[in-house]
Design a protein. Structure first.
Length: 255
């Protein structure tokens, strides 16, 4: 098993169908010696998801808790055939990491061409950092076209550990995707898709797939936090900003 130091895809009670608080996820991550986790709550179009104001107020959450770094982000929903998403653009500066996904409540599965076009539209969006759980067999997709587009747009591809037990039938698709990402030298990012804290940072099924296809460690974002942080900063993300620093500066000036 590789030594994974970050989990890129987690959810809290704020999403309406997960069962732990941010603090509980942080504590579980600390117990597993993770260096960083990403809170990627579902976008507001999904039933039960947080409102845009939830994402606007991310700034009050510290960037490091219990010695675990925390990136605050969103798993946005692809909502139409053009690949538009429900990223709350008014509050885009509050988001440190952004993924996009197909979910049946927000995008009903259609033809292979339409499904693929929707994903290609999201990949072309410069705000989207990675595409989640493409192995889901609910959506028929042209994986070659999607990975070629990801390579062109420098968009990361997620291999989702939760898919192996939540989205049954994902295994062969994930194996194909991982192998082709290796061939095309596309970096991948791994997410537990945690909806309960015990899953955080655990990627046993993804790890087996990566071994099967001989995936190179240097293309795995989760093995070094700097890889992911450098990637996000190269896209213009401002990371770990703390509004409290503004107040501290005010008092330093007055003193």
């Amino acid at each position: 098993m590789r030594k994974y130091v970050l989990d890129a895809h987690t959810h809290t009670i704020a999403c309406g169908h997960a069962y732990n608080t941010i603090t509980e996820l942080i504590d579980a991550a600390a117990q597993k010696n993770l260096e960083m986790i990403c809170i990627t709550e579902h976008g507001p179009a999904l039933p039960g998801a947080p409102t845009p104001l939830f994402f606007a107020n991310y700034r009050v959450i510290p960037g490091k808790i219990n010695n675990v770094k925390l990136l605050k982000g969103i798993e946005s929903n692809i909502i139409d055939a053009d690949g538009n998403t429900d990223i709350p653009m008014t509050f885009i500066d509050s988001l440190e990491i952004i993924s996009a996904s197909l979910h049946t409540p927000t995008f009903i599965p259609q033809t292979k061409a339409i499904n693929t076009g929707a994903v290609l539209g999201a990949i072309a969006n410069p705000q989207v950092d990675f595409i989640c759980h493409l192995g889901n067999p609910t959506y028929e997709l042209d994986y070659e076209a999607i990975l070629q587009a990801a390579k062109k747009h420098n968009t990361l591809i997620e291999i989702n550990n939760g898919s192996f037990f939540i989205r049954k039938g994902s295994k062969p698709n994930c194996e194909w995707i991982a192998n082709r990402c290796k061939e095309l030298e596309i970096p991948i990012i791994i997410g537990s898709d945690t909806h309960f804290a015990s899953d955080i940072g655990d990627f046993p099924y993804v790890d087996k797939v990566l071994d099967t296809v001989g995936f190179p460690d240097e293309l795995i974002m989760n093995l070094d936090t700097k890889r992911l942080l450098d990637y996000l900063e190269s896209k213009g993300r401002v990371l770990f900003a703390d509004p409290r620093e503004y107040a501290q500066e005010l008092f330093l000036i007055n003193d």
